[in-house]
Design a protein around this ligand. Structure first.
Ligand code: SAM
Ligand code: SF4
Length: 494
């Protein structure tokens, strides 16, 4: 107990906050945000259309422009916004969607966030940290049976899951290679969702090959933040959390993911906060967020705060906030999770979403524990969409989206500011189209059900025709790789 206490005390390094402050202040000015939202009530239609054009040329919007979009009520303009959102997505990411699965490694936590089932005060939660063996077993299931290539590893904040544990778990996950139908299964990219870390710790994670480092600010509104995160906890320090991406970029983590937990405060404010955050990173590091997440508050075991929360986001507002974010930070990846029910996912996927999860289980050890149904005492909240990866891929293919398992960008240095440039100019899309076709084919050969294979192959044929027509110079090389994959080779990429 004493050990945990002294660990907690050692976590926040004040100098790793202060160095980023300007005149002792952080970059979120609550009054300014509220004023802007108020000032741009009923924005002029012409101006709104100019903002659409700016977003379409892949330029980050100013807070005033985002505030204007937040205030668009006119149904026709909202319909236009949907089209713009999809066009932006197409321009930057083409028709590709990336899939991943969350892997929860431990639910011990020293914090006491009012809304989270893992909070330290919550006695009904069954606590567990995965052992080395269990990490390997979970990964074998994910990479071998289900066919995932990317994971997001999720940890509570606790000495039992400190940075050494995180580093070790990444190494263990990357070490798994399982024989599958025609090739082998392997996790090629591990993103991490953990508590804010110190600069040296982040360097350690770079050494073991962290993908995106993801931390959600939860709420950008200072007062609400202090209400839901008790002061005497690590998480009670707003600025330690707010500047964790500055530390990550300084430590050499190329890709950072920001997010807000929608439902703690007014969604409009959180959207503005995310835009301020993106602009701050762009201006200080020349790199904006690689991804933005926008989870909604979900019920958790023995967590009455959620039932009483007065800012819970309606489906209509949820749709709008996705659109506004898509337009405001046009180059970023947008993550929609299986927390959302299927009907919502099938609708908003067309608003410019780039990443989503499937076959999701968030109980600790639940992938390899076959008996486990969803149990609120073993997991953070309940999953809204329980579709398997195979089912989701098939549904996406029916919509015309190709699921990309490509991680080539990360392995040949297309990350950080380089990928930002490629994304902004639409050039990343070309490499990725080819790699998406190849990795999708691999997946169909190695994991797909007959039904998904059929739908998937039809989509691939369409994609190949498009490459032949629009990128004739690379077509022969693509077909060479494609045929080699059909003959059993794996992991060929441009
Ligand atoms: N402990 C780390 C932290 O807080 O950043 C990482 C793990 S935490 C389980 C990951 C995220 O889960 C949090 O950032 C929060 O946004 C989200 N979360 C917590 N409680 C939630 C709830 N009731 N519904 C939906 N998301 C929740
Ligand atoms: Fe712990 Fe994260 Fe849950 Fe807060 S949100 S209680 S920090 S796991």
């Amino acid at each position: 107990m004493q050990e945990v206490k002294s660990w907690v005390k050692s976590r926040i390094k004040q100098d790793e906050i202060d160095k980023y402050l300007e005149n002792g202040r952080d970059f979120i000015n609550d009054d300014e945000i509220l004023e802007k939202i108020e000032k741009h009530k009923s924005p002029d239609r012409e101006w709104v259309r100019e903002i659409f054009q700016k977003a379409l040329s892949i330029n980050t919007l100013t807070p005033d422009e985002t505030a204007a979009l937040i205030n668009v009520e006119d149904e026709d303009l909202i319909e236009e916004m949907k089209e713009v959102a999809l066009q932006i997505k197409k321009k930057v990411y083409d028709n590709r969607i990336v899939t991943f699965a969350p892997l929860y490694l431990g639910d011990y936590c020293v914090n006491n966030c009012l809304y989270c089932g893992f909070r330290s005060d919550n006695q009904v939660i069954k606590r567990k940290v995965l052992s080395d063996e269990e990490i390997l077993r979970e990964t074998e299931e994910l990479a071998g049976k289900i066919g995932h290539k990317r994971l997001i590893l999720v940890y509570g904040e606790h000495p039992a899951t400190d940075v050494e544990y995180i580093a070790k778990s990444l190494e263990l996950v990357y070490s798994v290679k399982v024989k599958v139908r025609n090739g082998y299964g392997q996790i090629r990219r591990c993103n991490v969702n953990a508590a804010p870390l110190q600069i040296d710790e982040l360097r350690r994670l770079v050494e073991v090959g962290i993908g995106t480092f993801q931390v959600f600010q939860e709420t950008y509104h200072h007062e609400t933040y202090n209400l839901v995160h008790p002061r005497n906890t690590i998480k009670g320090d707003y600025k330690w959390r707010l500047y964790c991406m500055h530390r990550a970029l300084e430590a050499g983590v190329d890709d950072v993911g920001i997010g807000a937990l929608f439902g703690l405060y007014d969604w409009r404010f959180e959207v503005m906060g995310l835009v301020y955050h993106a602009r701050e990173l762009e201006s200080k590091f020349g790199i904006g967020p690689h991804t933005v997440s926008f989870p909604r508050l979900e019920p958790a075991a023995n967590t009455p705060y959620i039932q009483e929360a007065k800012y819970r986001v309606s489906d209509k507002d949820f749709e709008k906030l996705i659109l506004v974010l898509r337009l405001s930070i046009p180059y970023t990846g947008m993550i929609l999770t299986a927390r959302e029910p299927r009907e919502i996912r099938d609708k908003v996927i067309h608003y410019g979403i780039t990443q989503t999860d499937a076959s999701t289980k968030i109980g600790i050890g639940a992938y390899s524990d076959r008996c486990s149904e969803q149990e609120l005492e073993r997991q953070q909240f309940l999953i809204g969409d329980t579709r398997t990866l195979d089912e989701l891929i098939r549904d996406l293919a029916k919509f015309g989206y190709i699921t990309s398992f490509c991680t080539a960008g990360y392995r040949c240095g297309r990350t950080g500011d380089l990928i930002m440039k490629l994304l902004k100019t639409g050039k990343e899309g070309q490499f990725c189209k080819l790699n998406a076709i190849l990795t999708f084919k691999e997946w169909l050969l190695d994991y797909a059900s007959n039904e998904t294979q059929e739908v998937g192959d039809r989509l691939i044929q369409k994609e190949l025709n498009e490459v032949k027509e629009k990128m004739p110079r690379v077509y022969d090389k693509l077909m060479e790789y494609y045929n080699r994959i059909e003959n059993g080779e794996r992991d060929l990429f441009f």
